[in-house]
Write a protein that binds this ligand. Structure first.
Ligand SMILES: Cc1cc2nc3c(=O)[nH]c(=O)nc-3n(C[C@H](O)[C@H](O)[C@H](O)COP(=O)(O)O)c2cc1C
Length: 234
């Protein structure tokens, strides 16, 4: 691969970041198909290609947003209803430990700080959380599922495919936000999209064109240096 091409690949990977405000500009269906076609070159154990993707736009998107926002608002007011909305696998640990808890805090407060949300401002935090269920206004929602008979390894396969989607989208001038926030609301989502019971929701992606006028999109996260996470042996 020539240096120019390598630089381009690096640039697409490093310029991807989670966008949390999108413009209403629609995304052509053919463009979404192209992105999914490229993304499906992801590797998977024994090439089983376990992923399924539900592409949601237009009226269905409206319906989904309406119903899930209603459910989330009800949950804000009645936290005891949480048992109705349980994700099928734990994305986060029950007990946070160092250094993950510090990184998580840095991320959360970095984002809230930018949005002028201070500690204890519960209402503002809830409103920001609710933005997840409006897809941050993105015109496209992608919902990724796996068949429940598959093992944990398939979550690796689908994650590689999901990253490919985000990179292929970025290369086409589109932006994304991966979203685990939708997972607990899978009963509503499955009902609206007629997703069979033998599938589980792994993650969603908000897809669209970034609204660059929104301050939330100036949020860029840090990474620990290679020396802190890689050990080299000779
Ligand atoms: C699987 C997964 C689920 C995520 N879920 C959410 C989410 O529900 N809402 C959100 O605002 N960001 C979500 N994020 C985005 C992360 O907060 C973000 O990737 C991280 O802070 C690093 O920032 P960057 O993506 O801008 O590089 C998720 C990321 C991943 C990989």
């Amino acid at each position: 691969m020539h240096q120019e091409q390598r630089d381009l690949v690096d640039q697409v990977i490093t310029s991807r970041h989670s966008v949390r405000a999108f413009s209403s500009t629609p995304v052509e269906t053919q463009l979404i198909k192209d992105i999914l076609t490229v993304a499906s070159r992801a590797p998977s154990g024994n090439n089983i290609q376990p992923w399924k993707v539900y592409v949601v736009t237009g009226q269905k998107r409206e319906e989904l947003i309406h119903q899930v926002c209603q459910a989330q608002i009800e949950l804000f007011n009645h936290p005891e209803l949480a048992h109705n909305y349980q994700e099928t696998f734990k994305y986060y640990p029950e007990q946070w430990t160092s250094p993950f808890i510090e990184r998580r805090r840095e991320n959360g407060w970095g984002l809230y700080g930018l949005l002028n949300i201070q500690k204890g401002e519960q209402k503002k935090m809830q409103m920001q959380h609710l933005r997840n269920y409006q897809l941050f206004d993105a015109p496209v929602g992608l919902f990724f599922t796996l068949n429940k008979t598959l093992a944990t390894g398939s979550k690796m396969d689908i994650s590689m495919m999901i990253q490919n989607v985000m990179i292929a989208a970025k290369a086409r001038g589109l932006d994304t936000c991966p979203q685990a926030a939708w997972n607990p609301f899978y009963p509503i989502i499955f009902d609206i999209l007629n997703i069979p019971d033998d599938e589980e929701l792994v993650c969603a992606i908000a897809l669209g064109y970034a609204d660059l006028t929104q301050i939330v999109n100036s949020f860029h996260t840090s990474r620990v240096p290679v020396e802190d996470f890689a050990l080299f042996y000779e």
